[in-house]
Write a new protein. Structure first.
Length: 214
């Protein structure tokens, strides 16, 4: 409940969000937060873990009916994954921009953020350089998340295995690659990014008017 209330505030304020703001959003007293978390940094780290976690998007992907046409299934999957990745990017970006670094260096002493922070407090002050485990998931965690998402897409397209020239695993990898590229393309660029329908059309039918004509 606390993390769910904190996520939109973290996306808006980054590490400058206060525990009193989070408590008001959750409808609880501020002291309740510190019965569940040691300090505000633990709340922020929990928000990162929730944003990075794939449970929610996996449930959405699993809820897509396999009776739908393939293009419809992939369009729904693209929308679910877009929402997941955009939330992840917003939360991580807001925390990074406001100076939050995930975790603590081994053996490090308490930081300024180890006390309850009050309204008006600025972003936590870090002494020295950033810890080894900075904001965002470790590389192994990111790779594992991509694998989990790819496997979920494979299950979604498996009923149409016979229609593909490539294995469902490769089709799923191509789908995720196109989706990730779409989300990273600046909206200001001409004819970019691909719409979900265009992305699915290119994936399933290529970019040529008449495939095989060149």
């Amino acid at each position: 409940m606390i993390v769910a209330a904190a996520l939109p505030l973290v996306a808006e304020y980054g590490a400058a969000v206060t525990t009193s703001q989070i408590a008001r959003a959750a409808g609880i007293g501020e002291a309740t937060i510190f019965r569940a978390f040691k300090d505000k940094d633990e709340v922020l780290d929990a928000c990162i873990a929730e944003a990075v976690g794939t449970d929610h998007v996996l449930r959405e992907l699993a809820s897509i009916s396999l009776d739908e046409p393939l293009a419809g299934r992939l369009t729904e999957a693209a929308e679910a994954l877009r929402a997941h990745l955009e939330r992840l990017g917003t939360v991580i970006g807001a925390l990074h921009a406001s100076g939050h670094r995930r975790g603590r260096e081994p053996g490090a002493g308490p930081r300024d953020s180890d006390r309850p922070r009050r309204d008006g407090d600025g972003p936590p002050r870090d002494g020295g350089g950033p810890p080894q485990d900075t904001d965002g998931p470790p590389r192994d965690s990111r790779a594992e998340s991509v694998t989990v998402l790819r496997n979920a897409v494979v299950e979604l397209i498996e009923p149409d295995r016979a229609a593909f020239r490539l294995s469902p695993e490769k089709v799923a990898a191509a789908f995720l690659g196109l989706l990730f590229t779409r989300l990273q393309t600046p909206a200001a660029e001409a004819d970019a990014p691909l719409t979900p329908d265009e992305l699915i059309d290119v994936l399933l039918h290529g970019a040529l008017h008449h495939p095989g004509s060149t």
